[in-house]
Design a protein around this ligand. Sequence first.
Ligand code: PRX
Length: 633
Amino acid sequence: MTHQIDSFEEYKSEYAKSVKDPKKFWAKQAKTFHWRKPWKKTLDWNFKEPKVKWFAGGKLNITENCLDRHLKDRGDQVALLWEANDPKEASKSYTYKELHREVCRFANVLKRNGAKKGDRICLYMPMLPELGIAVLACARIGAIHSVVFAGFSANALADRINDASCNIVLTSDAIRRGKKVIPAKLVVDEALQNCPSVKKVIITNCAGIEVSITEGRDVWLFEELKKVSAKCPAEEMDAEDPLFVLYTSGSTGKPKGVVHTCGGYMVYTEYSFKNVFQYKEGDIYWCTADIGWITGHSYIIYGPLLAGATTMMFEGVPTYPDAGRFWKVVDKHKVNQFYTAPTAIRALMACGLQHVKPYKLNTLKVLGTVGEPINEEAWNWYDEHIGKGKIPIVDTWWQTETGGIMISALGDKGPRKATYAGYPLPGIQPVLLDPKGKLIKENEKEGLLAIRFPWPSMIRTTYGDHKRCKNTYFSAFKNHYFTGDGARRDKDGMYRIIGRVDDVINVSGHRIGTAEVENAINQNPVVVESAVVGYPHAIKGQGIYAFVITAGKIKNEEEVRKSILATVSKEIGKIAKPEQIQFVAGLPKTRSGKIMRRILRKIAEGRHDQLGDVSTLLDPSVVEKILKDFLKK
Ligand code: PRX
């Protein structure tokens, strides 16, 4: 097992070591895992191409490290706990032995259906244990999993399946979220009309609703499981073989497939999990994320299982059957570490303390947040009412691309400061740059957040398009990975993340590209052009504000609005629906035709005194008109 830091003093000395000799530092951590063959070179890198290889030549299978190596000492310990959407439904648990067995069986089902090493398999599934098992089953046979959050629309799903040419899709009849039953298989069926690469669909039974079966393509998991053995030797992988692809939004319209590899991701997720959450033997750890996002990959499945922890999955939503559900579940399962998103905290805070008071919450030792900046009010509420003022809050900053937590407190080992993520983890070398790329050395300064040295779980490429990886992350500043975030460093060197500095909106902790939403809106036949920006939203952090030009005058604004929302749901999914749509006659453009989103952002944010110089616009009067209509709303 990797090293667990036990004090702030020790953190400082480990950090110093990790910067002085990163290769030595990570080699020492990596040696604690099970490798079938040792690696040849600890690190080989340049940020120009970029090329990053950790532990290349080393042979392993991540599932042997998540499962097999624990069987001897903790085979009967619960590995995976599962809490259903419906509080009346019994929870389930799998010991390490049982999880190992289920993963092997699922892996054999995949093989039976033609899966092999290197194939891409798409998972569009609810938060059932089968989703966690399926992820590991892919890894067991060396297939690359591409989990798509099961809230995306058929079109969005088809884009992701096609980008990675997946040959198998794993899904379920339905998804249960609160009172809703969403027909997942129907979405898959629609998507697959445009996905020629898919040969098989394996369906898990979730809600028992009827589905249509395409003979020769669709099979039921429960039937397939009857036909396979529980023995499945793990495929031997190179440390630098891809482990998974996960699509995420960026500045351009098309989501990109972030690729993570086996060895470095394994080392870093285990190390960061144990240190950030200060997980101790016997603890029950719960991360409320969906496995459709990176948080679920790294800190529900891989990190905790690699560390031999007991990790919990929750199928439902925070407000069902009422806004006390999280706290009820914490008490029920005696949860010790609880990891959630600021948007959930704000939503629950708005529902009132009567939903918190009935619960003891006295097993909690560490609280975590992730996904977006946490505002002071939410931080204080979490601290006072959930942590009772007694336990640390780890505000963990990281990204799909970073694979693991980059800046965060390590449990109670160190100072805490509301709304500050804190110090970088050992091995992580963040810097602040000015827009020209000049290093900001002083503290008490804001700047663009970049990382100047590789860490094991960093992005290796964007699937099928390495140039895009280079352009997006490694071209803005020479020899640096650019995060797209702005940050502030205080007098003690602690970091506070301010938010995205690019055209990405963070809605309820979900990353959505403005271009992606604009592309979707523009699919509506009445729309001529649109511009999308983010604005502060009390619960979601940011909301989506769309300025839309339509063809000709519209008679019924409400109807057109509804139709645009339906278009966005169809093209991307409900999560990308704009909260606000303002119809405009023109958009502020430069003479070269570029939309000045900066001005629109200021209007949507209500900062009308900061519109800046508009005289260089093609038609400055457009701004006045937009502002007038905004104020009328
Ligand atoms: O803007 C930052 C924000 O979420 C972005 C990454 O989004 P995603 O790849 O979807 O991953 C989310 C879960 C790791 C970042 O660029 N972000 C993430 N964590 C924090 C945060 N902003 C402020 N504080 C955080 N703790």
